[in-house]
Design a protein around this ligand. Structure first.
Ligand SMILES: [Zn+2]
Length: 313
């Protein structure tokens, strides 16, 4: 993997489900900032309190944990489409959202949209679009895996119906079937690079060759399933190898993520361009990422993503 020390952003990755090894590998591969969308945890939550604690960890502990490896962590907060189908719970979650959307590092309402395209999903998708206007944040849309094309088009139509500007909406999990519709309508088109399925690296190279780099964004959506938190650097590397202009690679693997979610006013390049200082002596609510006897690392991340450490003894 060679990206010539290019700075990278992964604007869709569920770090809560990943390990510190992942953080280390991501930073070494050039990832300087990430966005963690609120989503579902693999099994349905039964209490609003579980949502509250999860949202709190996205703006708290996980943000801290990333900082301990020299990565800037941002998140989007929302009620995911799957769990929107539990209406009694959904009502309570809707009341929690405004308490979190104004927090530092929250760059959007997400990931929201359709899963099975049910009535309840539609209701809470629309309610959250209204909320996004109130708080003036971008929207991160999860498009359905089944009946994708229709679901993607419907998601965009509903946004327009609610008077949301296309450049405030990142439509995620695109493929060759949906990309043209999304770009033609002026929305941001994000692509998830799953290992061995859906958008493979090679296919992403072809998409950029065909559609260029305007409003196209690459992410990993790595989570608790089989996924790869290095999807963005690997794709950047392959694009360079296949002769895609480095400026185009920079756009789809860095700049477009910043330009879209930067509209939140919460995400600035200066957040990470000042040398990332790592101090593993720091604690969050009395907890550190270290375990007994481990030596804290303190130092700056150099341009190769390596830690120039002064080990504290
Ligand atoms: Zn996701």
């Amino acid at each position: 993997m060679n990206t010539n020390n290019m700075l990278l952003i992964d604007p869709h990755v569920h770090m809560t489900s990943r390990t510190t090894d992942d953080y280390e590998r991501m930073r070494k591969a050039g990832i300087v900032a990430i966005i963690e969308p609120a989503f579902w945890l693999g099994q349905p939550r039964t209490e609003a309190g579980s949502f509250k604690d999860y949202f709190s960890s996205l703006v708290g502990w996980e943000r801290f944990r990333a900082s301990q490896f020299g990565i800037k962590h941002y998140c989007t907060i929302g009620l995911n489409s799957k769990e929107a189908n539990n209406e009694a719970l959904a009502e309570q979650v809707m009341e929690l959202l405004p308490l979190f959307l104004y927090k530092e590092g929250v760059v959007g309402v997400g990931e929201i949209g359709y899963d099975d395209q049910t009535k309840a999903e539609d209701k809470y998708f629309r309610a959250q679009l209204e909320l996004s206007k109130e708080v003036n944040l971008p929207v991160q849309i999860h498009t359905p895996h089944r009946d994708k094309k229709a679901g993607t088009i419907k998601s965009m139509e509903v946004c327009l119906e609610h008077g949301i500007a296309p450049d405030m909406v990142v439509v995620d999990h695109n493929n060759e079937e949906t990309v043209k519709d999304v770009l033609d309508r002026g929305f941001w088109a994000a692509f998830t690079i799953y290992p061995n399925s859906k958008m493979g690296n090679e296919r992403m190279v072809e998409v950029v060759k065909k559609y260029g780099s305007e409003r196209i964004i690459v992410n990993s959506s790595a989570d608790w399933g089989i996924s790869d938190p290095l999807s963005v650097p690997k794709t950047a590397s392959l694009m360079l190898e296949r002769g895609i202009d480095p400026e185009d690679v920079r756009k789809v693997c860095y700049q477009n993520a910043l330009d879209s979610f930067g509209k939140s006013g919460q995400m600035h390049e200066s957040d990470w361009l000042t040398p990332a200082n790592v101090d593993q002596r720091e604690k969050f609510s009395d907890n550190s990422v270290l375990r007994g006897g481990q030596t804290p690392v303190v130092g700056d991340i150099n341009t190769s993503g390596e830690l120039d450490s002064n080990i504290v003894r």
